[in-house]
Design a protein around this ligand. Structure first.
Ligand SMILES: Cc1ncc(COP(=O)(O)O)c(C=O)c1O
Length: 432
């Protein structure tokens, strides 16, 4: 364990300096990591040393300060240390008797998050693997509630096949109310807080008013955008958010805890439990009102995901979270200003949060040529290794995507990265 700690500290100390993920062919990794399963085991120290050496060329510095792909976030050091402890404790945080501490820490961290985001204090909370499962869980609760309201019981575990849910939707529309999209029957509306290409927000107050009128369930996907609620400068983007019925977010993105950790909140705690709970005669519960994680997530056995959320929030405090979010947005604006000043570079979206797109064109390029040139610059940036940015298609046009969501990104990192991007653009014929 001390060897692993030394290896981890060494990795983290060099994280900002290593190339940020140059392409590597899987065969190169198979050559050192692969082979037949050995008949006899090897000493653990040797196995760890091998893993650290052989995995290294395939590690991407996603946790480093110049990784701008997808929406990744890094890991606050206190949260990495928390995960070491969590592995040592090896708690099964599915139910209270198996881990009273795991259960109460999730209860506390969940309540802190609800308060940070301005969600109802009575909302129930579940810690899942990420935004995808947070959306899945919120929508399962939604499905349960809207169909129960029209006389159907589709508890997630009682009727869990996709085909079954499609059948209910397709064959049992109910005329009792009409949805905002004009189709008859129970309705679930999904709004977005933070578009992955632009950072833009749906008008949540208006949507919540429209869904309330029609008895529809409003679910908000705020995988990273919900964190705007923590900042007084950005909170207006999520105005009206408390009018929704369920919310999904990620902790592994903007809170900067290690992968994987997403969070779901549901206003109707009974619907949440009814959609998720698991029962069996051997599954005993805690005394009194103990919080039972597996009432709120689609898993039974699970790791204690809430621990690093707890230590992140406790070490940052309300002000520290706001500062982290504001700082990333300021870094995104700095990047946009640096790039936008080059004649052949355009930023097609307003920088309302931490996300931006970048397009590159040479003099005389039409849209299709600019698409190709943009792809060429993205590939060159990825080969260069100073920073990492991916691509996207938005409104039919190709663009580089940049997301600034890492706690450790400095102005110097932004400047180094902007210089590298402009250098790659110049070599692709773009006037910079
Ligand atoms: C808006 C939004 N929703 C959902 C997701 C999926 O989240 P995860 O990858 O944590 O499952 C993402 C990921 O970037 C996202 O940006």
């Amino acid at each position: 364990m001390r060897q692993a700690a030394d290896l981890a500290v060494e990795f983290l100390a060099g994280l900002a300096e290593r190339p940020v993920g140059r392409p590597i062919h899987p065969d190169e990794l198979r050559a050192t990591l692969g082979g037949e399963l050995p008949d006899d085991g090897e000493p653990p120290e040797k196995v760890l040393a091998h893993l650290a050496t052989d995995a290294d060329p395939g590690l991407v510095a996603t946790a480093g300060p110049r990784y701008f792909g997808f929406v990744i976030g890094g890991s606050l050091p206190v949260t990495v240390a928390t995960e070491w402890l969590a592995a040592a404790w090896d708690q099964n945080a599915g139910n209270y008797p198996a881990s009273p501490a795991g259960s109460v820490v999730e209860e506390v961290a969940g309540a802190w998050l609800a308060s940070l985001f301005g969600l109802p204090a009575t909302a129930s909370v579940g810690f899942v693997t990420g935004g995808t499962m947070a959306n899945f869980t919120g929508l399962a609760a939604a499905r349960h509630a809207v169909l129960r309201a029209v006389g159907h019981d589709v508890g997630f575990r009682a009727c869990s096949t996709r085909r079954a849910s499609r059948w209910w939707w397709a064959r049992r529309p109910t005329p009792r109310s009409s949805s905002p999209c004009g189709c008859a029957g129970a309705a679930i509306v999904c709004a977005q807080a933070g578009n992955v290409n632009t950072g833009a927000f749906d008008p949540l107050r208006e949507i919540a008013a429209a869904t309330a009128k029609r008895d529809a369930w409003l679910h908000v996907d705020g995988a990273f955008g919900l964190w705007a609620a923590a900042s007084s400068a950005l909170r207006h983007h999520v105005d009206g958010i408390e009018g929704a019925q369920s919310w999904a977010t990620d902790a592994h993105k903007w809170l900067n805890v290690p992968y994987d950790c997403g969070v779901v909140f549901v206003a109707d705690a009974a619907a949440h439990r009814a959609a998720m709970t698991v029962t069996a005669s051997y599954l005993v519960r805690g005394a009194g009102e103990a919080y039972t994680p597996y009432d709120h997530v689609p898993e039974s056995s699970r790791r204690a995901r809430g621990l690093s959320v707890y230590t992140a929030l406790r070490s940052l405090g309300r002000n520290g979270v706001a500062e982290l979010v504001d700082r990333c947005c300021a870094m995104a604006r700095r990047m946009a200003e640096r790039l936008d000043s080059a004649p052949g570079v355009t930023i097609p979206n307003d920088i309302v949060l931490n996300q931006m797109q970048v397009r590159f064109a040479a003099a005389g390029d039409d849209d299709a040529e600019a698409d190709r040139r943009t792809a060429e610059v993205i590939a060159a940036v990825q080969r260069d290794g100073t920073c990492w940015a991916g691509g996207t298609t938005w409104r039919g046009r190709h663009a580089m995507r940049i997301s600034v969501s890492n706690w450790s990104t400095t102005e110097e990192d932004i400047d180094l990265s902007a210089d590298a991007i402009l250098r790659c653009a110049a070599s692709a014929g773009v006037q910079v």
